[in-house]
Design a protein around this ligand. Structure first.
Ligand SMILES: C[S@@+](CC[C@H](N)C(=O)[O-])C[C@H]1O[C@@H](n2cnc3c(N)ncnc32)[C@H](O)[C@@H]1O
Length: 334
């Protein structure tokens, strides 16, 4: 069975969650029952990613991450918002799926995908997350394809795994979280920057740049963005989040749905970003990864997104996802 989308309405949310949580029960013996922290015992950990023969991306990745277990359990650090000090399993799961699975290929490269639950369409044209500039523009000036491809990550945490790996394939990556997390995030990015090998890297927020033997380039920036005080008019945010040329903008967020009180601020931020990109002529969409823990929290999240914020939320239906504790969602504005 190939990957498809299921557009969720209010009733569809309950059916979707009933199915997913029944499968979790069925596979309970094979699935880890922990909260989803990649390592609860090591301050330093290695996380590796290997392509398979059929993978559309051929590069392997290996990260050495420094995380802070003491800050995670501190009641003082970052006003007690400490989940970002460690690496969570949704991130490696999503990266492995996006880069190396057959289903992930359609999200990376774009294409036609079947959709259920939409009375007007049986397929959607998926925008590519990755830039299609596989040809070095120095060799062929015509290879300069517009639009640019940009990723904005919300709630990135300390690890920097997605930004370093995916900056290989996009023209610009803006990695965001609360201010207190950013020094650790910058250290991990710098430590693992050899994994960004396919492009030159420029930055206005990191204290280094890299040059490779290619004319391809990416901009990689790290930015404080708190959903509870988000204001797109703030000059700092505006400069970094607003693309200069016509762009396909993918907003990525992994494991940010775990606390009922964060749902509204997160969705408000997401919707404002999607609307603002759309209003300036860009093509925005979001891909969200959720670790399926408390069913009530996921249900409140999905129904708030669909009913109150009137977002178009599609579950990504894929046998490779169904066997796991994760849910992936494709979100756009009406
Ligand atoms: C469970 S962690 C996931 C981190 C990372 N995405 C991963 O998968 O390892 C949740 C993330 O949301 C961030 N977060 C929580 N509240 C936030 C807020 N109000 N504004 C921005 N980010 C927030 C945390 O700092 C943390 O990085």
């Amino acid at each position: 069975m190939a990957v498809k989308l299921r557009l969720l309405d209010e009733d569809g949310i309950y059916e979707h969650l009933f199915e997913r949580y029944s499968l979790l029960q069925k596979h309970a013996d094979e699935l880890k029952q922990d909260l989803g922290i990649v390592s609860r015992s090591c301050g330093d950990l290695e996380v590796s990613f290997e392509p398979q023969p059929h993978s559309h991306v051929k590069e392997p990745f290996n990260f050495e991450i420094s995380q802070s277990l003491s800050s995670l359990s501190s009641s003082r650090d970052n006003n007690n918002s400490t989940t970002g000090y460690v690496v969570w399993s949704t991130t490696p799961f999503f990266l492995q799926w996006l880069l190396y699975s057959r289903s992930g290929a359609i999200f990376g490269q774009g294409g036609t995908i079947e959709v259920e639950g939409d009375p007007f369409h049986s397929t959607y044209e998926m925008p590519a997350i990755f830039s299609s500039r596989v040809v070095d523009p120095a060799d062929s000036p015509d290879a300069r394809v517009t639009p640019q491809h940009i990723i904005v990550e919300l709630g990135a945490g300390i690890a920097g795994i997605l930004c370093v790996a995916l900056a290989n394939y996009v023209d610009k990556y803006v990695c965001t979280d609360q201010k207190a997390l950013l020094n650790g995030l910058k250290r991990n990015i710098k430590h693992n920057i050899d994994e960004l090998r396919l492009r030159n890297m420029e930055s206005s927020t990191l204290d280094f740049e890299i040059s490779r033997r290619t004319a391809l380039k990416t901009e990689l920036d790290v930015l404080a963005l708190d959903w509870e005080s988000f204001d797109l008019k703030s000059p700092n945010l505006h400069a970094l989040l607003t693309p200069a040329s016509l762009s396909t903008v993918c907003i990525l967020s992994m494991d940010v749905v775990y606390n009922e009180y964060l749902i509204e601020p997160f969705l408000r931020t997401l919707k404002k970003l999607l609307q603002s990109y759309r209003a300036s002529g860009h093509s925005p969409f979001a891909v969200l990864g959720i670790q399926l823990r408390d069913q009530d929290v996921v249900e409140i999240f999905l129904s708030t997104a669909v009913v109150q914020f009137e977002l178009r939320v599609c579950a990504i239906v894929d046998p490779d996802i169904e066997k796991t504790r994760f849910g992936l969602y494709y979100i756009t504005i009406q």
